[in-house]
Design a protein around this ligand. Structure first.
Ligand code: MRU
Length: 356
């Protein structure tokens, strides 16, 4: 696809890179945003795993890209050993990284790509194996940048001057390698002089909407308004919303889409008010092996995220029973279109072929 000259630099974060000496992955620690923009260097196995688990790096595409670099950095740090031991330890760490977050398919998919490289170059000299792994991680990152650019262009065809968009969670540059998916079109609109009004769900319990989406949109100069999750209905009823834009962590063959907890409720509200509900994702988020949303594993997170985190004092009685699923699945019948780098897909969906 050909693009008009674009420049989304206003909101570009170098959020996944290698350190100057090449021995660490450098990320912007998203748990500290928006109060502190701190780059952290990660090289040990435990800290690489923890960065995904604790959402220092988050968003389906971003964790896939990060994991690819993390596996390379882990392999780089292995002491001299036989090729079989090198392969075994690297594949073992890949399995561990993959277990950090089960819902986002990008994590498993990009690690599978890295594992293929490890197996393919299994008997090559160590330096050649490492060069191949580094090259693959870089390719994954570059592909994501191009996919997000294309998604943003397609997304821009769905909105117009003065319209209101509701977002949930964060599907911006922080969640990818550069432009974002659900926010990509909004940023592109800003760049092209199209004025939008964006309402951002705060997104309980980890507040990615309040902390990250509003941070990104304010940085880019987009007119954005923060609302609590339970205000989505009123802003829709008041006529403030013309479209809902969300990302996805895994899209099943039939178009059912897993995304941040609360997304399916927003989709149900949108249907009630007759507002189009759009899902944006790269084809690496589509899982053709998953027939429908019922097969998607939903990540469960610690109860403290609901009962304590982000509050000065715990807000629930000690020991309160909590249920903390991190994602839910939006039924494909509620989705007006799924936007990938290949275009705007409308139902009935059939993603048997993942090159969409
Ligand atoms: O738990 P998170 O913050 O990783 O959840 C992220 C989301 O749900 C995003 O909407 C999704 O990954 C799409 S990111 C382009």
């Amino acid at each position: 696809m050909e693009f008009a000259t674009t420049n989304l630099e206003s909101c570009y974060h170098e959020n996944i890179s290698l350190s100057a000496d090449g021995t660490a992955v450098v990320i912007l620690d998203q748990t500290l945003l928006p109060n502190e923009e701190r780059l952290i260097e990660l090289r040990g196995a435990d800290e690489l795993y923890e960065a995904i688990y604790s959402l220092r790096i988050r968003g389906a595409p971003a964790i896939g890209i990060f994991a690819a670099y993390a596996l390379y950095i882990f392999a780089l740090g292995l002491p001299p050993c036989e090729p079989a031991a090198f392969r075994e330890q690297t594949l073992g760490f890949s399995a561990r990284l993959c277990s950090a977050r089960p819902t986002a398919v990008n994590l498993a998919r990009q690690l599978q790509r890295m594992e293929t490289i490890v197996r393919k170059h299994g008997n090559a000299p160590r330096a050649d194996q490492l060069a191949a792994m580094k090259g693959e991680a870089e390719a994954i990152r570059c592909e994501d940048i191009e996919m997000c650019r294309a998604i943003s262009e397609h997304g821009l065809t769905l909105i117009g001057e003065g319209q209101g968009v509701l977002t949930h969670c964060n599907a911006g540059p922080l969640a990818t390698s550069r432009y974002g998916t659900g926010l990509g079109a909004i940023l592109l609109a800003r760049e092209r002089g199209i004025n939008l009004r964006v309402y951002c769900d705060e997104t309980r319990p980890l507040l990615q909407g309040a902390r990250l989406t509003v941070y990104e949109l304010m940085k880019a100069g987009v007119d954005c308004t923060l609302i609590c999750d339970n205000m989505a209905s009123i802003v829709m009823k008041e006529g403030k919303i013309d479209a809902v834009f969300v990302g996805a962590d895994r899209v099943a063959r039939n178009g059912d889409a897993a995304n941040k907890i609360g997304t399916s409720g927003v989709a149900i509200l949108a249907k009630h008010y007759g507002i189009p509900f759009y899902v944006f994702c790269p084809s690496s988020t589509i899982d053709p092996d998953c027939a429908s949303g019922g097969e998607i594993v939903i990540e469960q997170r610690p109860p403290q995220e609901i009962s304590q985190l982000y509050f000065e004092k715990p807000i629930a009685p000690a020991g309160a029973k909590c249920y903390n699923p991190a994602f839910d699945v939006t039924d494909s019948s509620l989705i007006s279109a799924i936007v990938t780098e290949g275009g705007v897909h409308r139902g009935p969906y059939d993603f048997s072929d993942k090159e969409q």
